[in-house]
Structures are given as C-alpha cells and as structure tokens.
Design a protein around this ligand. Structure first.
Ligand SMILES: *Cc1c(COP(=O)(O)O)cnc(C)c1O
Length: 508
C-alpha cells in the first residue's frame, strides 16, 4: 500500500504546505491531495484482501495513540493523511472486504463513492425545494426509477432517510396520524380518552420497531410480538387472533409491521395474508424490507420477496444494504404520502417559500423530523445509471447463487448442518461433527455444541481472513454467513468454507 506521507516535498519539488492563515486550502493543494487520495482509495480496494477483515485492535487502542488535546496550529494535509494510514486504517473493520460475511454484507460501489464525494462538495441542505432543487427533483426521479424496478404501484411515493430505523419510525408516525386522533396537537400523555394503541410485528422483527414505539411515546407495551412458524415467518393466524382479542379488550390496533427478510434468517412474513387482515381491520400495513427489498428488482425473485407488498401502506428498503450504496441511504415508499406530510409539515415564517415554488415540488423538511437533509439521491441515481437495472439484478442474483452453493456444501457434509431455509443470500448453519452425531440428545451435549460453534466463530474471525457473525435459532448458537458485498466472488465463499473446516479440524 502506497504511503501518503512523502518525505519532505512532492515530486514536482513543491514544499508541503501548512494551511493558509485564512480561508480554505488552495485550489492547487486541493487538486494535488485529491488526486493522491483517489489513488490511495484505488490501492485500498485492489489490496484490501491483504488486510484483516475484522479490526485486530483492542478497545481504546486508537484513543491512546492520539494526542489528548487538539493541535493549536494546523498541520499539512499530507501529515494528516499519513496519520489516517498509520493510525485510523488499522482500527477499521473493513466492510468493503470481499470476505466480510457478518451481519448483512454491504458495499460502497465506485459510482456511489463518487456520488458521496460530489454531495460533500455541493453540501446542499435539502429542506425547501429552493435550497436544493436538484436534490428535491433527483430524489423524486431516482425513487420513481427504483419503484419501477421493484414493480410497485405508482401510488407509492418515496422519501429518503438515513436508515431503516428512521424510515420505519416515520411510517409508524404516519400510521398514528392516520388515526385522526389529534395526536399531533394533543399528544398521548394525559389523555384518558385514548385506549392503548397497538402495533404488531413478528417475534423476529427488527429491534428498530421496538425503538420506534419507544421514541413515538407509544411505549413498548404498545408493541405486541406475534409468534413465528417453524420457518421463522409471522404466523398470520396468530396475528388475526391477537387483533381480535385486543379489540375485544377495548384496545386500539392501528398498525402491523411485516418483515420481508428478517435479521436472523431472512425469512419472509406472509405479506399477502397479513394484508388481508389489515384490510379487514383498517390497520396500516408497514413492510420492513430493509435488506431483502432490493432483491425485488430481480424478476424471478420478486414474487418471493414482494408478494402482497403492493397492498401495503408503506414499505422501507435500504439501498445501503444490498444495492451497493455507501452508507447511509434508506427509502420509505408510502401509498399515502399526504398523511406523512400531515404528520410532519410545519413551516415557520423564515422558511416560507414563494407560492410559485410550492406547486408540484417537494419540500423535504415536510416529510420528517429533520430540517436539513443530505443530498443522498445523487449517489443512488449515479448507481442506477452506472449499473442499470440488469446489472444490479445480476449482482444480487449471483449473491443468492453463492449463498445456495455454500448451503449445498453444508448440507452435503456430515460435519455441518443448516439451521434455516436459505431464501436469499444468508446462510444459517452450525458445525455438528459427525463423530458426535450418535450421542444422546441431552442438554449437556447441546451446550457443548453451542460452545464449539462459538469458539469456531471466534477462531475463524481472529485469522483475519473472514468475518462471520451469529444468531440464536431454536435455542441453538447459529453461525451466519451473509453474502452481499459487490466484490465477493465464488472464490471468497469457497475459501470461507475451507477455512471454517480447517478451524473445525483444529478444535475437534
Ligand atoms: C438492517 C435492518 C434494519 C435496520 O437498518 P438501519 O438502516 O441500520 O436502521 C431494520 N430492519 C431490518 C429488517 C433490517 O434488516
């Protein structure tokens, strides 16, 4: 890896410059460092596999290496960049490493990185249309394109937020506004006229939904968790029963969150059946498709992931998860965008825009908690343009193939077992060495298998050659291999399988 710090001068003989006493870096300096930085990033990507995926540092190691007090006078840029290389990079877990298989594997693609760079340079705040017309209009165009790629109905208008946690929070806030209980004005506290409001989600739904009910003042007791079936999907009958029971008890059900692609196993709730229940009881249906939603752009996967989603009131997906977009960018599609507007629009005098600028265009601040918003649509638009629908679909299709391939090795081996179906690009599995398979199934043996798999995961991760994570399924310690990085190829998945087997042999 090229070092940023040159000795004392540049090749062209110019001295390294300390910052000027006023104003920003000179244009010349900016150009020089900018070129060097892009070179460095290119090398970072081509040589990333030489680095450990999981940061091999101890807690507080970086803090101890940095000065406790800020510099009184400025330093030359190349000294700062040299510190990035020397101190910051070793403390990184490399999410862009092709052997990153933990949690959900994500990636910053090249056009996305360029989009981020330009967005930082423009630094617009998209609050009113006039503060960033390009951001307001590009958001509309990019999200309309993405909606068409997903085959969702044209009534679904999109808004960009930072994360799915925030997208879902806004969706549930819209559902609450849709009740017409004047909660926007009167709030929830000190209101004996209100029964307990209920939100439903499966026991495998994301903790973001719990956080949303906490933040919205509904309280965690408002969230009723619905049991899942043997394949980790919400039991629609149990949902229907819970709603009926709550109504009978005088509670006010108002929202159901269906998960398309749960965090542990990527299981897919039966959205069409859930939609039927929501329609019968006039409940807002929000679909959390943060990870799996992107697979809806693949024609043959769409029926699996988006069946029934056209009947939802809102749906969130994260291009920053599986659409090769640098963090952060989450999309909320909403069938009733005017309800979201009603929930959040608040225009103080200093933000009043001429009437001619309010017709047919969006003021971003009217659709959420934030006033200023980043120009996130630029990177998404650049990604859609660069790869095209077919290119993006091909990459997601390949990730699913790699996950199925890995799952087939697990299934064919006497030493391993699958612990969940593999509908998309995540494999849940564990080691179960054949020599031990004949033993009686007692609690002690279960604990031994848990401990073995946990040791195996740590041992594999500490090699630095890959990074996998875990979950707990049917009370078993479960390894998770998530494929999703744009640079991951069959060779990386094959190497992961070999490495896990090597580590297993060392432990047994
Ligand atoms: C990843 C994920 C989230 C949280 O995503 P953020 O964008 O980090 O908030 C929520 N729900 C599901 C189903 C997810 O997979």
């Amino acid at each position: 890896m090229r070092r940023m710090k040159q000795d004392d001068s540049y090749e062209d003989g110019q001295q390294r410059a300390a910052p000027p006493s006023t104003g920003d870096m000179s244009a010349e300096e900016f150009r020089r460092h900018g070129h060097a930085l892009i070179d460095w990033i290119s090398d970072y990507f081509t040589e990333i596999e030489a680095r450990p995926v999981l940061a091999q540092v101890k807690p507080r190691e970086l803090i101890e290496k940095l000065p406790p007090a800020p510099p009184a006078t400025g330093e030359p840029m190349d000294a700062i960049l040299a510190d990035v290389d020397r101190l910051i990079v070793p403390a990184l877990t490399h999410w862009n490493h092709p052997s990153f298989f933990a949690y959900f594997a994500t990636s910053a693609s090249a056009p996305g990185i360029f989009g981020e760079l330009l967005s930082a340079a423009f630094d617009v705040k998209s609050l009113l249309w006039r503060t960033a017309p390009a951001a307001a209009e590009l958001e509309e165009v990019a999200l309309s394109w993405l909606r068409q790629m997903l085959g969702l109905p044209p009534q679904f208008a999109g808004v960009i937020y930072d994360t799915a946690s925030i997208s879902s929070l806004h969706a549930i806030a819209a559902a609450r506004e849709h009740l017409n209980l004047d909660i926007r004005e009167q709030g929830l506290s000190g209101r004996p006229d209100l029964p307990l409001l209920r939100v439903y989600a499966s026991e495998h739904s994301h903790s973001a939904i719990d956080k949303a009910v906490i933040a919205l003042g509904l309280g965690q007791r408002a969230l009723r968790k619905i049991p899942a079936d043997a394949d980790f999907r919400m039991d629609a009958e149990a949902l229907a029963h819970a709603v009926a029971e709550d109504k009978q008890n005088g509670l006010l059900p108002f929202c159901v969150v269906a998960t398309v692609g749960t965090t542990s196993t990527t299981s897919i709730d039966p959205v069409a059946r859930i939609a039927g229940i929501c329609e019968r009881h006039h409940l807002w249906l929000h679909v959390d498709a943060a990870y799996a939603g992107s697979a809806g752009i693949v024609p043959e996967l769409r029926p699996l992931v988006l069946d029934g989603c056209d009947r939802a009131d809102s749906l969130t997906l994260n291009p920053h998860k599986w659409l090769f977009t640098p963090f952060d960018l989450s999309v909320l599609y909403c069938r009733r965008i005017e309800v979201l507007h009603r929930a959040f629009s608040l225009v103080p005098e200093f933000l009043r825009a001429p009437a001619a600028e309010t017709e047919g265009v969006r003021n971003g601040a009217d659709y959420g908690v934030q006033l200023g918003r980043r120009f996130r649509s630029l990177k998404l638009w650049m990604i859609l343009c660069y790869f095209g629908h077919d290119g993006l679909a091909a990459r997601i299709r390949e990730h699913c193939r790699l996950a199925r391939l890995f799952a087939s090795w697990v299934e064919d081996s006497p030493d391993w077992e699958l612990l969940a179906p593999v509908p998309l690009s995540v494999v849940c599995f564990r080691a179960r060495p054949a020599a031990r398979a004949g033993e009686t199934a007692d609690a002690e043996r279960a604990a031994r298998l848990d401990a073995l798999n946990e040791r195996l995961m740590h041992a594999a991760n500490s090699t630095g050659s890959l990074f996998i994570s875990h979950t707990r399924l049917h009370d078993k310690f479960t390894l998770r291999l998530a494929v999703g990085n744009i640079r991951t190829t069959e060779q990386h998945v094959r190497r992961a399988w070999e490495l896990l087997n090597e580590q297993l042999a060392l432990l047994t």
